[in-house]
Design a protein. Sequence first.
Length: 94
Amino acid sequence: MSIFTPGREAQEMLDRIPREPGLPVLGNTLSFLFDPINTGVAMYRKHGAVVRGKGLGINAVALGGPDALQLVLRNQDSAFSNSQGWEFFIGRFF
């Protein structure tokens, strides 16, 4: 399951991002559920500031570290969408 299906060019860019392996369907859900801080820190140390993973069958890209978080939180060029991220989870309720 995915929020969007990337085109070929986008998929090629995603494929260059390191991926954290996980369980089928659940992905990294249990790790984050029971130990979110240490799981995130371990992934950051292993893969760097950008890593792909899966949670509850949903593909995700996570950013960590001060530079990556500043990029997302400032969102100066509107590259990140708050509404598209939440729409998948709660859109049907509103």
